[in-house]
Design a protein around this ligand. Structure first.
Ligand code: AMP
Ligand code: MN
Ligand code: MN
Ligand code: MN
Length: 301
């Protein structure tokens, strides 16, 4: 007879002795590996549960899910949503999304359209600063549908405007520099709203990267929780160990679920690897603690 079995994600992880990687990028946004290449590489690195969280799009999720199925892995459908909050850009991860949910698709579609406008504008301001062809160059390095500042950074490195992407950002792409164009992204309310309405959980991505004072961070967390946000990234490829402990404390003090993700963008940045995340600090409640796998039909007796 057929019975349905529910399996706890935390049991899989416990057996495999690896924690999930809930923040990764593919060529659907600014990663350099296709969804299939990314998932395959994660499998080889021992990752059993991962989320694909491309910037403002879920376009890579179906391909990643198919690759994960072949590898016997669990793929969490996700996105990293660009948000303007208090005059800054912050990133909100959505995990466990229904990628067909209309309000989510419409909202992400508007952000991708805004990215297109911004990319053309970045091209114009760089041309004024004496750098021609940047929009076409960045577009050629992208998938043609979603353009990120990362694509401009890669183009400018190729053009020998700087030695590496980090330097390009510092010299051209951040506030006050010649290639900077301020984005006008989703509101926190919209981003968390789309995530929740599509059945997902909202997580504040890499909180140490925003340079917020303690007062502002508490304000962000307060507003985020009022809107129904549940999690904060404690372990991140862009966090130091000390920063992980700081945000473990924020998580505990504010009853936020703790998430973990590499923010992997591809093998070109060898200091961020798949399958190398440290454990969450003690006392955190992992966001995956109660996650169950889809019911599986199994034959017994
Ligand atoms: P965008 O969302 O198009 O504004 O681009 C943001 C992306 O640029 C981030 O997700 C990172 O991948 C990358 N990025 C931002 N700041 C830096 C930096 N200082 N160095 C290298 N990459 C960066
Ligand atoms: Mn990125
Ligand atoms: Mn981010
Ligand atoms: Mn990211």
């Amino acid at each position: 007879m057929f019975v349905s079995l529910l399996c706890r994600v935390s049991d899989i992880i416990g057996k495999m002795n690896s924690i999930p990687d809930l923040h990764t990028h593919s060529t659907a946004s600014d990663g350099t590996l296709s969804p299939t290449e990314l998932v395959t590489r994660a499998a080889v690195a021992g990752v059993r549960v991962m989320a694909l969280t491309d910037h403002d799009t879920t376009a890579g999720v179906a391909e990643a899910a198919a690759a994960a199925h072949r590898q016997g892995m669990v793929l969490i459908p996700g996105a990293e949503i660009s948000v303007t909050w208090g005059g800054r850009t912050i990133h909100i991860l959505g995990l466990g999304l229904d990628v067909t949910y209309p309000a989510l698709c419409d909202g992400l579609g508007r952000l991708v359209a805004h990215r297109q406008w911004r990319a053309e504008e970045i091209g114009r301001v760089l041309a004024k600063a004496g750098i021609d062809g940047a929009y076409q160059g960045a577009k050629a390095l992208s998938n043609g549908r979603l353009i990120s500042r990362t694509h401009f950074a890669r183009f400018l490195v190729q053009q020998r405007r700087a030695d590496n992407e980090r330097d390009v950002f510092k010299r051209y792409l951040v506030s006050g520099k010649p290639g900077h164009v301020a984005g006008d992204w989703a509101t926190l309310e919209d981003a968390v709203g789309w995530i929740r309405a599509s059945g997902g959980q909202a997580v504040i991505a890499h909180p140490a990267r925003y340079g917020l004072t303690r007062t502002k961070m508490c304000k962000l967390i307060g507003q985020f929780q009022e809107l129904g946000g549940e999690g904060i990234e404690v372990v991140s490829g862009s966090h130091s160990r000390d920063e992980a402990f700081v945000f473990a404390r924020y998580a505990r003090d504010n009853h936020l679920l703790a998430s973990a993700g590499s923010d992997y963008h591809g093998p070109e940045k060898p200091w961020i690897q798949l399958g190398a995340l440290p454990a969450l600090p003690d006392g955190c409640t992992p966001i995956w603690a109660d996650w169950m796998l889809e019911p599986t039909l199994a034959t017994v007796g």
